[in-house]
Design a protein around this ligand. Structure first.
Ligand code: EAX
Length: 328
């Protein structure tokens, strides 16, 4: 409420102190955001920037409280919680996402993207942006594509140099139908589970190995429970910053824009951390005792998936796959 200047001047002049009603500070709406990996990670860097930017850009109207290492649940549970409205935000790999938005599964096809630049350009371009429009119908708002990274194989049994070396390994996979179908073609025994269970499963030998980007392997300290790693880069794993649609719908138009802009800043931090990890993690993990096969004949691994690629062509439309594969 504005107090007229004259009124204030008179008050000062006469020494009369006005007991004016103090406008209440703008109420701050708390929001909860959950990720499956630690704060010192490629997602942690992103969500901490996101929280800072949301508070700044909404002038404190919203305050994001971050939870790390799956404190409020694993990735699939977090997405379900967004739909229920019991969680407000999450950053997740696309691993469990096809269970909610099936169209996204095409991005999980092995050897789809040739490098980070192409993957980022595709997701930031019309193909990726159109896909984000599929989320609101499922009670979710995808604020931006983030990044998990190119996935590599680790295990406790043996060095993986050719696809044949994978045969018979019991490997943890994400709860992702495309990955599980493809990994079976390698002769792997796929064991889907939430990432929050992976370290213990590897430690207890419930599974022989797993596959994840360097940022995850490094931040989750999987070198403590995995002896071997091969830089297969067999899948590019996108990530997403997702918000509960129920919460999104309560935002004013300017605050909606503020959340989208905060997500853009978060993805810059996410990708920068991955670029840094990609340069440092291999040497760091070697120093911690991992035996790492850096150069393999990727064509052999792709050839081993031949029949599966034909099945993916039928499932997703070969022209849709080629559109992504050839995007520049
Ligand atoms: O999103 O589940 C996985 O392997 C993911 O890569 C991990 O949770 C980071």
């Amino acid at each position: 409420m504005q107090t007229p200047r004259l009124f204030c001047a008179l008050a000062v002049a006469t020494g009369v102190v006005l007991a004016l009603p103090v406008a209440p500070a703008t109420a701050q709406t708390p929001l909860k955001m959950n990720i499956s990996v630690s704060q010192n990670s490629h997602y942690g860097a992103a969500v901490d920037v996101f929280a800072r930017e949301v508070e700044k850009r909404t002038n404190g109207r919203y305050k994001v409280q971050n939870f790390y290492s799956g404190a409020l649940g694993a990735e699939r549970e977090s997405i379900e919680a967004l739909q229920l409205g019991t969680l407000d935000l999450t950053m997740t790999s696309t691993g469990p996402v096809p269970n909610f938005v099936p169209e996204v599964a095409i991005l999980d096809i092995p050897f789809l993207f040739k490098d980070y630049a192409q993957a980022r350009a595709t997701l930031d371009g019309p193909i990726g942006q159109d896909m984000l429009q599929k989320f609101p119908a499922k009670g979710l708002v995808a604020l931006a594509w983030g990044e998990n990274g190119f996935r590599h194989m680790t295990n406790s049994k043996r060095q993986i140099v050719t696809p044949e070396d994978l045969k018979g390994l019991k490997m943890r996979t994400m709860e992702n139908p495309v990955h599980m179908q493809a990994y079976k073609a390698f002769g792997i025994i796929p064991t889907p589970m939430a990432f929050t269970e992976v370290f213990t499963a590897l430690q207890q030998g419930t599974v022989d190995g797993q596959e994840n980007p360097l940022s995850v392997i490094s931040s989750a300290k999987l070198d403590q429970v995995q002896k071997y790693m091969t830089l297969t880069g067999h899948v590019y794993s996108p990530a997403l910053i997702l918000m509960s649609k129920a919460q999104w719908d309560k935002l004013s138009a300017p605050d909606k824009q503020a959340f989208l802009d905060a997500a853009k800043e978060a993805v810059k931090a996410n990708r920068a951390r991955i670029d840094d990890d990609e340069h440092k993690a291999v040497a760091d993990l070697k120093a911690k005792g991992m035996i790492i096969v850096e150069n393999i004949d990727k064509a052999k691994f792709q050839a081993a998936l031949g029949p599966t690629f034909a099945e993916f062509g039928k499932k997703f439309g070969q022209e849709n796959i080629d559109k992504i594969r050839n995007y520049k």
